[in-house]
Design a protein around this ligand. Structure first.
Ligand SMILES: *Cc1c(COP(=O)(O)O)cnc(C)c1O
Length: 410
């Protein structure tokens, strides 16, 4: 988002105009930012055979998926439905890594039938997979290195109490199952958590992967998951992707020499590609002075953007209607009957009822985590692409709330 001649814009498009044209609340994304972020990762890892699998749980709108497909990405799908959305958007099944957690073997079978790359996350499923497909269908194995990547504990997945992956300490057990069932293991996977703040921590996890990889002679790829952190506010530590690229490229290439074959290096960025590409525009319904603070009540809430309430995440808020107004301190809250606070004690240019606020970093885990609590409708989504603002999802209507309800006489 940029302030141009006193007006807030996203890739050159005037955001206030979009709010009046498409209504409020409104998610707005731009493809230019997605492409810039995508190219950055590509460039940082140009010294290896890199494959990017976009983690589509971050934002699964068909238009976003199609755009990432066009850029050359594959997909990381955590449910069979995400995989199906990916296929609909034009990804071929072999480009989709299916990384579910805690699903039944029936769902894994569906993934095999669709032709997805299957990523297995526990020994029980590995045994069932081996019994059914040993010697025929290859798979990838998700390891848990027990290295927490740092940052917010709510989004760490690699620690000892985590439910994700098979412990690196169980590699002997994996080997036994693999051997007994003649399973072809073509990939190893880790996803340690959501934030790489320090590339040396990440490289420690990589070493554990390289150790484990020696036990699997049929590998085609090693998938390092994600964890690329973006800035949510000024001064945030972010992942130095260029530094990580340099260090991991060198180490990966020397590993491949030792392993005896050139492998593909996979990553599954979600947030890094789409977070900064999106804003949520909301209208100010009321200003309410209490004994504690001045509340700004907006026409949105935890039903549209739950990260601040769910993860205690910080999302920067900007009053785009009044860019030159005097700065005052506010607490921005939603309209849901819960304590849904977007941000305490925010310095905003003076806010008046009717103003439009932009909530930043809303491209990832915004709409995709939205819901209909309080029977509120979900917002519309607009994509800025090639100088045009395109509606990519209609605002919901009352019919959407009733669609699957069965009308009975009672
Ligand atoms: C959520 C997830 C990602 C993406 O994480 P980001 O922080 O959005 O980059 C990647 N891989 C797996 C397996 C995930 O569950």
């Amino acid at each position: 988002m940029e302030l141009l001649n006193g007006r807030y814009t996203l890739d050159g498009m005037d955001l206030l105009n979009l709010a009046s044209e498409f209504g409020s609340p409104l998610y707005v994304y731009d493809t230019a930012t997605i492409e810039r972020q995508y190219r950055r990762v590509e460039k940082a890892f140009q010294g290896v055979n890199l494959k990017l699998k976009y983690a589509c749980k971050a934002n699964s709108n068909q238009a976003i998926l199609k755009f990432l497909n066009k850029l050359g990405a594959g997909l990381d799908a955590v449910s069979i439905e995400e995989a199906e959305l990916g296929l609909k958007a034009g990804f071929s099944a072999s480009e989709i890594l299916f990384t579910p957690n805690g699903v039944s073997f029936e769902e894994i079978k569906k993934g095999v039938e669709l032709g997805l790359v299957i990523n297995i996350d526990n020994i029980s499923i590995l045994e069932q997979f081996g019994n059914e497909y040993g010697g025929t269908v290859p798979c990838c194995i998700r390891l848990n290195p027990h290295i927490a990547a740092g940052g917010n504990q709510h989004i760490q997945t690699g620690h000892i109490d985590s439910k994700f992956g098979i412990s690196v300490h169980q590699v002997r057990h994996i080997e036994r199952v693999v051997k007994s069932c003649s399973i072809r293991v073509e990939g190893l996977h880790i996803h340690t958590g959501s934030e790489i703040l320090d590339s040396s921590v990440f490289l420690r996890a990589a070493e554990l992967m390289f150790d484990a990889a020696q036990q699997f002679p049929d590998l085609k790829f090693i998938d390092f998951g994600s964890g690329f952190k973006v800035a949510y506010k000024e001064g945030d530590v972010t992942t130095d992707i260029e530094e990580l690229g340099n260090e991991l490229t060198e180490r990966f290439n020397s590993f491949c020499k030792q392993y005896g074959r050139e492998l593909e290096l996979w990553f599954e960025p979600g947030k890094f590609l789409v977070s900064e590409a999106g804003v949520l525009l909301v209208h100010v319904n009321i200003i309410k002075q209490t004994m504690a603070t001045v509340f700004v009540g907006v026409d949105s809430g935890q039903n549209h953007l739950i990260r601040p309430m769910f993860y205690d995440a910080y999302h920067e808020i900007v009053n785009i209607t009044n860019p030159t107004g005097k700065q005052r301190i506010y607490t921005v809250v939603g309209y849901i009957c819960e304590t849904d606070t977007f941000g305490w004690d925010r310095k905003l240019n003076e806010v008046r009822e009717g103003d439009v606020l932009a909530i930043k970093n809303a491209g990832a885990y915004g709409f995709s985590m939205s819901n209909n609590y309080n029977s509120r409708l979900r917002p519309a989504e607009v994509l800025i692409h090639d100088g045009r603002a395109l509606l990519i999802r209609k605002r919901e209507s009352l019919e959407d709330l009733l669609r699957n309800q069965v009308n009975i006489d009672i």
